[in-house]
Write a protein that binds this ligand. Structure first.
Ligand code: MN
Length: 228
């Protein structure tokens, strides 16, 4: 292999629970408005429309349990989400086989500079400055599907300083995990290492430094993130 002209950037890999092994990340897709009650709280129609996605960068994922409050925003929101991690991929995946591409699941936060996202929405511009900033996606350890199965319903929650702020159920997803995989595979070539953040239930809101965020979901236990 040719020598690199600069040091190769570090590759993001996420710890897999109960092992010394790690899950290497290729891409990060995030679905918008995938729980009706959250669509309504953001001022949108809850009816099922075609899903839409944006992306974060692999190195925006952060398993450290610390979230540094980012610059250029006075309104940073928490969005608790189920992360779906693919062990294989392809194009035009059929619905029946979609879950066979899932390696496992994790708890994650789609942290959002809501003020910046709101300005970009108004201008019809891309959301990256609101969504894809440094360490914008805290993520807990990966739980292999061989251990936890494919959770389709059950609680997904976020508590801030011990008070429940988001209290949803995975069964409330408008686009289910296999449907998201099918849809994405029609537009992109999915591959091992891809991560899908599957949307947030209602109850999003601002965080401040010092806050302790506790994410939890059925079968995945809990994961704590401190805002610093
Ligand atoms: Mn989100």
């Amino acid at each position: 292999m040719a020598e690199h002209v600069i040091a190769p950037p570090p590759h993001m890999a996420l710890p897999v629970i109960g092992t010394d092994a790690a899950f290497p990340v290729r891409r990060v897709y995030c679905i918008g408005r995938n729980y009706a009650a959250h669509a309504v709280e953001m001022g949108h129609d809850p009816d099922r429309e075609a899903p839409f996605f944006f992306q974060k960068n692999p190195d925006n994922l952060d398993p450290s349990g610390e979230f540094p409050y980012p610059p250029k925003s006075a309104d940073v929101h928490h969005e608790v989400e189920l992360a779906v991690l693919l062990g294989s991929g392809g194009r035009d995946i059929a619905i029946g086989g979609a879950l066979s591409h899932v390696y496992g699941y994790a708890l994650a936060l789609d942290m959002t500079r809501r003020d910046l996202q709101g300005e970009q929405k108004k201008l019809g511009r891309p959301w990256e400055i609101g969504k894809a900033f440094e360490r914008s996606a805290p993520i807990g350890p990966v739980h292999p599907a061989t251990a936890v199965g494919h959770p389709e319903r059950g609680a997904i929650r976020l508590a801030v300083n011990g008070e429940i702020r988001q209290d949803g159920d995975l069964g409330q997803m408008i686009w289910k995990v296999p449907e998201m995989i099918v849809y994405l595979s029609e537009y992109f070539e999915l591959a091992a290492g891809d991560v899908i953040l599957s949307g947030t239930p209602a109850g999003v809101g601002p965080v401040t430094p010092g806050d302790v965020l506790e994410l939890s979901a059925v079968a995945l236990g809990s994961f704590t993130v401190r805002v610093v």
